[in-house]
Design a protein around this ligand. Structure first.
Ligand SMILES: [Zn+2]
Length: 447
């Protein structure tokens, strides 16, 4: 700021005149303020365009911060893209979650994997921004851009080839965006399915719009590579309603796409929530398969990962949290008792030993993250009762979204410290004692 005040006093004054800057920049505003200072110093054109937006003038939200930061970086790495973003009609009136996601993922797309193709990728990103599906931004559009970013990340050349496919080359429509969502992860796990999805022949999409208490209007889709009529759309709706209701917070998207294909994260993984969409093995869609009866529990677990996700969080929290939501969903649907369905962990006495060993994915030891995580949360649920548990569980989730300044735990990557804080904060001695008992049993010695 000092440099700016000395060398570009006019811009510095403009910045200082913003109400949320003039009354002092707090922690939630710091990132946006710093990005604006950097823009003023190095990219005055983008800075001025940003300052013209009324939403930069009032208070600053988390999504607006994301947008400002990415526009500042785009001004450096792909200035034309920054200018085009700033001219979109939906950038004028404030930045909603899905709009911030479009800017965020479009920015990361132009960090080309193959540097020699950098310019071609930037040009393609600018073309994408002008396509019909981004005239206005809905959840499928944001997830489609996220999917394209993932595709580019796997290889710039293949990405450019994808974008010249006749289906996408003439501009992605809103309808097409709903399928583009699947391409990024599918390309990595089962590339043969990409041309099938693009072609559209033999792709069956079942859709349902529902209204949710916290998320509002949400589009559900079941996408299949064979024509089937079964109960899975109802099962998906049940899982989504159950998870959203218990968490008391909106989903991270208003488009939940459930795709049946082999393209899960590994050949033996039954299903994966890629955040852009969920992929499950096709046997979960076949009423004649033995595993059909497991489908409701399976999809409820994957839906649970819309809340319990993120590589910075301990795996036992992600998997145990998703399992707990699945048990609640199944208890409500079929009366199944709320108990772990994971086979017992025989390798470690408790989670602290498991964390220290950090076993590799795909090993038997790795399954202990599921086994111990689900048991810890199930035990907490029964020990505290539904209401007290729900409070702590929500509080834990909120700590993942935003660093809680009132606990003594580091950041938003969840670990045992956050679990302890979430369930013990404000608790009576009796409740705190029960929390300790459960954590001692499943986590073991705490740091
Ligand atoms: Zn999982």
């Amino acid at each position: 700021m000092a440099w700016l005040e000395q060398n570009k006093p006019a811009l510095a004054n403009q910045l200082k005149a913003l109400p949320w800057v003039s009354d002092g920049v707090d922690d939630s505003e710091r990132e946006a303020a710093e990005a604006l200072i950097e823009a003023a110093v190095w990219y005055p054109v983008s800075f001025s365009a940003l300052l013209e937006k009324p939403w930069v003038g009032d208070s600053i939200t988390q999504h607006e911060t994301t947008a400002i930061r990415r526009i500042r970086w785009a001004a450096k790495d792909a200035p034309e893209l920054a200018q085009e973003i700033l001219q979109k009609s939906w950038v004028q009136d404030g930045i909603a979650r899905d709009e911030a996601a479009v800017i965020y993922y479009l920015y990361w797309t132009v960090r080309a994997e193959d540097e020699t193709l950098q310019q071609a990728v930037v040009e393609k990103a600018i073309e994408i921004l002008a396509m019909p599906f981004l005239d206005t931004v809905e959840s499928p559009d944001a997830l489609a851009v996220r999917s394209l970013e993932r595709f580019e990340d796997a290889g710039s050349e293949a990405f450019l080839e994808l974008m010249s496919h006749p289906t996408l080359g003439d501009g992605i429509t809103d309808e097409e965006a709903k399928t583009v969502v699947l391409l990024g992860a599918t390309n990595e796990k089962k590339p043969e399915s990409v041309p099938v999805l693009l072609d559209g022949n033999g792709v069956y999409r079942e859709e349902r719009t529902i209204d949710l208490p916290y998320s509002g209007e949400t589009l559900l889709a079941v996408i299949r590579l064979r024509n089937r009529v079964n109960d899975n759309m109802n099962r998906l709706e049940h899982a989504v309603r159950s998870a959203e209701g218990f968490m008391g917070e909106s989903l991270t998207t208003n488009y939940v796409a459930w795709y049946f294909d082999e393209a899960t994260s590994s050949p033996t993984t039954p299903g994966t929530n890629y955040q852009a969409h969920i992929t499950s093995k096709p046997y979960f869609d076949d009423p004649n398969d033995d595993r059909w009866s497991n489908t409701p529990l399976h999809i409820a677990h994957e839906v649970g990962h819309y809340y319990w996700t993120g590589s910075s969080n301990q795996r036992w929290i992600r998997e145990g949290g998703a399992d707990l939501l699945a048990y609640l969903s199944e208890n409500d649907r079929s009366g199944r008792p709320i108990e772990s369905h994971r086979s017992e962990c025989t390798f470690f006495d408790n989670i602290s030993e498991l964390e220290a060993a950090d076993p590799e994915r795909g090993t038997d030891q790795y399954r202990c993250y599921y086994a111990l995580g689900s048991r810890l949360f199930v035990d907490l649920y029964h020990s505290l009762g539904a209401d007290t548990f729900e409070q702590g569980f929500r509080s834990l989730y909120l700590k993942r979204l935003q660093d809680d300044p009132y606990d003594d735990c580091e950041g938003t990557g969840l670990g045992i410290c956050h679990v302890e804080a979430a369930f013990r904060a404000g608790a009576s001695d009796d409740v705190a004692g029960r929390v300790d008992e459960v954590l001692d049993r499943w986590y073991g010695p705490r740091p």
